[in-house]
Design a protein around this ligand. Structure first.
Ligand code: FAD
Length: 340
């Protein structure tokens, strides 16, 4: 395998755009087809946090997610100028301190902070919290801004992006299918996992880094999305994980749980204004691991579950290596089409 090739990419979510950018920058001729008339209106991607947290994710994901995620984080750092590289904090109320101990055991690279160290990073958390885990090399971004950036970069790299079409162009050497849940017609084991989130704004809250609050019933994470046009800070509060495939309105229970957890984190959230409540549906395989499935010129990249932003760049790098050298990652590639 060598190239350069003519490559058609189906789907312009974060997975498809990273494929397009990586392959176009490596000299391949790229056309992206997206079914929605406007960018990102039918995608899961704009619903993300979006934390780039390979170390924290290892608490509930397999080691391969951390391994690939560390590379994904590097690729974002090399590509996206507006990444916030301020690390992540993990907290637990005093009565749930054992959850923090467990989180520390299940992950690598977290430093245990005392109250003075925590106060230096996020003064508003003290004295309600007197210890935390800090993962200094993690990052986050605003997904809307990052997706707009990727789309611009894809076009600048020479790729053609067509909206409002599901038709795959003829004559491509390879088709890379990044349709997310839209690929359920060909990937029968792919399922959707609903994630509800709330976006709020407050001029009085000034967290700089993503924060996870551990709780036995309703864990919460918060991602700072920067200032809005009024000068208030915006925060994404998320997210539920429910085995349902509809992206309909947020339930009252989920809203209550997310908002009360935010209030535990900082009572100043009581005065925050709610900007939106909504749900996205994450594409996932039964084991929640991402897959690259190859079959005579057709390549699926799918199942990025709750790690789409983290893993999309490294999935693209792996596809590029595969097309250029035939090399595959044994834990991600599946060559047998029957194992879809
Ligand atoms: C609440 C929530 C929070 C999340 N937080 C994080 C996080 O903090 N960090 C992280 O890394 N990930 C996070 N994720 C996960 C991440 O958002 C997903 O893994 C990722 O968006 C999946 O992207 P995708 O491009 O594979 O799919 P999608 O974004 O769904 O894109 C697929 C695209 O294919 C198009 N399409 C479908 N059918 C066709 C067709 N026939 N022809 C052409 N186009 C088609 C669709 O219109 C869509 O635009 C979160 C997800 C949710 C819901």
């Amino acid at each position: 395998m060598t190239g350069p090739y003519k490559i058609a990419i189906r789907g312009a979510g974060v997975t498809g755009l990273w494929q397009a950018l990586t392959l176009a920058r490596r000299g391949h001729s790229i056309i992206v087809v997206e079914q929605s008339a406007e960018p990102f209106t039918d995608a899961c991607s704009p619903w993300a946090g979006a934390m780039l947290a390979p170390r924290c994710e290892e608490e509930s994901a397999e080691p391969v997610i951390r391994e690939l995620g560390m590379r994904g984080l590097q690729l974002w750092q090399a590509t996206y100028p507006d990444l916030t590289s301020a690390g992540s904090l993990v907290l637990a109320p005093a009565r749930d301190r054992t959850l923090l101990d467990r989180f520390e055991r299940m992950t690598e690279g977290g430093n245990r902070l005392d109250a003075a160290q925590l106060e230096e990073l996020e003064p508003d958390l003290v004295p309600r919290f007197d210890t935390a885990l800090f993962y200094s090399d993690e990052a986050h971004l605003n997904p809307g801004a990052a997706l707009d950036f990727l789309l611009d970069e894809v076009r600048s790299a020479g790729a053609v992006v067509q909206f409002d079409t599901s038709e795959t162009p003829e004559g491509a050497d390879f088709i890379v299918d990044c349709r997310g849940l839209g690929a359920q017609d060909m990937l029968p084991t792919l399922r959707g996992v609903r994630g509800e989130r709330i976006v709020v704004r407050s001029p009085d809250i000034a967290f700089e880094r993503s924060i996870r609050l551990l709780h036995p019933r309703f864990p919460l994470y918060l991602v700072p999305w920067g200032e809005d046009e009024t000068g208030a800070n915006r925060f994404m509060l998320g997210a539920t994980s429910i085995e349902r495939e509809d992206g309909g309105p947020v339930t009252l229970r989920s809203a209550l749980e997310l908002l009360s957890a935010a209030y535990v984190l900082d009572p100043a959230f009581g005065e925050a204004e709610i900007l939106s409540l909504g749900a996205g549906v994450r594409p996932a395989f039964p084991d929640n691991r991402p897959r690259i499935i190859t079959s005579s010129g057709y390549i699926f990249v799918n199942g990025l579950y709750r790690h789409g932003f983290l893993l999309a760049p490294v999935m693209a790098e792996m596809v590029a290596h595969y097309l250029e050298t035939g090399v595959t990652h044994p834990e991600v590639f599946i060559a047998d089409f029957g194992q879809r």
